[in-house]
Design a protein around this ligand. Sequence first.
Ligand SMILES: C=CC1=C(C)c2cc3[nH]c(cc4nc(cc5[nH]c(cc1n2)c(C)c5CCC(=O)O)C(CCC(=O)O)=C4C)c(C)c3C=C
Ligand SMILES: [Fe+2]
Ligand SMILES: [Fe+2]
Length: 338
Amino acid sequence: MALFKKEPQRTLTQKVGVLLMNLGTPERPEAASVKPFLKEFLSDTRVVELPAAVWQPILRGAILTRRPKASAENYQKVWTEQGSPLAVILQAQTAAIQTYFQAKKLDVTVDYAMTYGQPSIATQIEHFKQQGIGRIFILPLYPQYSGSATGAALDKLYADLMKQRNMPSIRTLRSYGEHAGYISAMSQHLRQHLPQLHTYDRIVFSYHGVPQNHIDAGDPYQAECLQTSQLLAQHLGLDNEHCITAFQSRFGRAKWVEPSTQNLLDTLPKQGVKKIAVFCPGFSADCLETLEEIAIAGKAQFEAAGGTEYTYVPCLNTESAWIETLCSMISNELMGWI
Ligand SMILES: C=CC1=C(C)c2cc3[nH]c(cc4nc(cc5[nH]c(cc1n2)c(C)c5CCC(=O)O)C(CCC(=O)O)=C4C)c(C)c3C=C
Ligand SMILES: [Fe+2]
Ligand SMILES: [Fe+2]
């Protein structure tokens, strides 16, 4: 077997490509489609840090027999005519950023890739190379760095590069959780959705969780989330005590970072916190975890526990201030290339 990929002899030019990355999503909201997606995702040791000999029998046994069906039912609740929200929004973000560079008459090609499923980073880099693009900037759309999301995305990039003979120039951005434009886009967005911001008992900032042992081993994710929340509260003119940072989407039996969003939704009403707004700063696009888990199930859970008002604020998605921030962040990272 060849050690490196066979490819046509071709000249890579100074042309620039930008690749936006997100996690990936099943092609259809059906167990048969969710299963291979979960298998690829949960086999990544960045996501589940266990030796294959221990984890694979559990994954292929209990998890892949039950979870695809349950997950598919959840996907069905949020699926759109155009497809999975995560993919539809990523496509719209890509198009909006491409339009910006076109309007500026800059020769920058914008596309997107998924860490798991399609289109893969390898496919998209090959696609860029076919167009002669020799300078590629990869932007994982996770504001806060985590090994399990950002690291996993960049692993896929580097693994592909290691198989290439004719490598392009590469730049990446590891995180942007403190970026002033990101904070201000969120602040503006929250003010639009919550004109009576001060009338809520609490504003909950809910981030995707990670296992506590990742943090204990040096993953900066939790600290980066807390930093984003603090800057956002400050920008909104809210006391830190008025805002709660919590972590959602717990998976498996191991200890995950605390506090858990799900536990909070049960306990807050009992402490007299009955009116809340929930926003997910760590997700650049609405997806299963925000739309089903937070907007639908979270609301039902909070109300069942005695809460009276629950407002879900959508993710930044294609909000114009957010697209402008992304364009300015990308332009900054392309300095010297364009
Ligand atoms: C050990 C399990 C998981 C870790 C660690 C994890 C980290 C992590 N994930 C995201 C972003 C997303 N995760 C999404 C779905 C999802 N996540 C897990 C598990 C872990 N995630 C599972 C099993 C699933 C699939 C759905 C399910 O069965 O519950 C998604 C949404 C995908 C979609 O199709 O809409 C996103 C986005 C981050 C940012 C992160 C680490 C910080
Ligand atoms: Fe996840
Ligand atoms: Fe979930």
